[in-house]
Design a protein around this ligand. Structure first.
Ligand SMILES: C[S@@+](CC[C@H](N)C(=O)[O-])C[C@H]1O[C@@H](n2cnc3c(N)ncnc32)[C@H](O)[C@@H]1O
Length: 287
């Protein structure tokens, strides 16, 4: 990927060479929701339609980043994890995984993985002088390619516990792409004592009909405009943890996972449409 900038393909917008901006991208729509600047008109159009359905969607995005921060800090400071693989990492934002983990131990290693080339461009710029962190462009649906990627293997030793971070990514796998099988392949590659952390769009069904209705409308919008997006049931999300042991408080709305004094917890509708949890691979691991 070149670092040079080229005239944009649509309107007056400019983008790094090789980045298609006429078509919306998941990473850039999410960036818009987080108040970022790495998005284009096509992304903002989808984001604005999503805001019609879920006006508090930016709150859900923020809750996801706060959840990520608490989880990574827990894994580094309490569980002793020193190597992280963050798949579907998204564009750099405030409080990136390596910043949180390396606050605990500057030698902690982090590998970011994302399918979107814009993540690679911005990630490389951010990480130009960081020897313990890297970013690779790859597809979560190719677990063996990711696990055996030479750049990943340079930093990650799979005989030691790993923190596998799957924040906001498994809901971008459709049912016919075997998300359960994909998650199982990653779990299999990890040593005992490893942890997997997941945040996922949630449809509570009949328990909360108004929320379920919003989840269904958002799912339709995402699929029509981005080609992915599944709001899964609690049971479907739990299946991604396999036989790993869920840490307290289990799979919960994101603001309920070990909240700190500075975290937000506005109970809008999206509060119930984004769930998360962390689980540990059983066995005599160090962590
Ligand atoms: C909603 S963002 C989540 C970003 C970050 N993990 C977070 O939770 O804040 C989803 C990310 O997954 C990436 N993604 C979507 N499909 C992917 C795939 N098949 N393989 C790898 N990354 C993918 C997108 O490019 C995007 O950056």
């Amino acid at each position: 990927m070149s670092d040079s900038w080229s005239p944009a393909e649509s309107g007056r917008e400019r983008a790094p060479a090789g980045i298609e901006i006429a078509k919306p991208s998941v990473a850039r729509v999410y960036d818009f929701m987080l108040g970022g600047k790495d998005n284009f008109a096509s992304d903002r159009k989808v984001a604005e339609m999503a805001l019609q359905i879920a006006p508090d969607a930016p709150e859900a995005a923020r809750a996801n980043r706060e959840f990520l921060r608490r989880v990574v800090r827990h894994l580094a400071a309490e569980a002793g994890i020193r190597q992280f693989v963050d798949i579907g990492s998204g564009l750099p934002t405030q409080g990136n995984v390596h910043e949180i983990a390396q606050e605990v131990d500057p030698a902690a290693r982090v590998v970011y993985v994302d399918i979107d080339p814009i993540v690679l461009v911005h990630g490389r710029a951010l990480l130009a002088r960081n020897d313990t962190t890297t970013v690779i462009q790859a597809d979560i649906r190719q677990p063996q390619e990711i696990v055996n990627h030479p750049d990943l293997r340079r930093l990650v030793d799979f005989s030691q516990p790993v923190g596998l971070l799957l924040f906001g990514i498994l809901h971008h796998l459709n049912d016919d792409e075997d998300p359960e099988g994909v998650a199982a392949q990653y779990r299999e590659a990890l040593a005992p004592g490893s942890h997997v952390a997941i945040s996922h769009f949630h449809n509570p069904g009949a328990a909360l009909p108004e929320v379920a209705e919003q989840a269904a409308a958002a799912e339709k919008l995402f699929n029509e405009n981005l080609g992915t997006g599944r709001w899964r049931t609690r049971e479907e999300i739990l299946a991604f943890f396999g036989d790993f042991e869920l840490l307290d408080p289990g799979l919960v709305p994101l603001p309920e996972w070990r909240p700190g004094p500075d975290d937000h917890a506005e109970q809008g509708i999206t509060y119930h449409t984004f769930a998360g949890g962390v689980a540990r691979k059983p066995g005599p691991g160090q962590a």
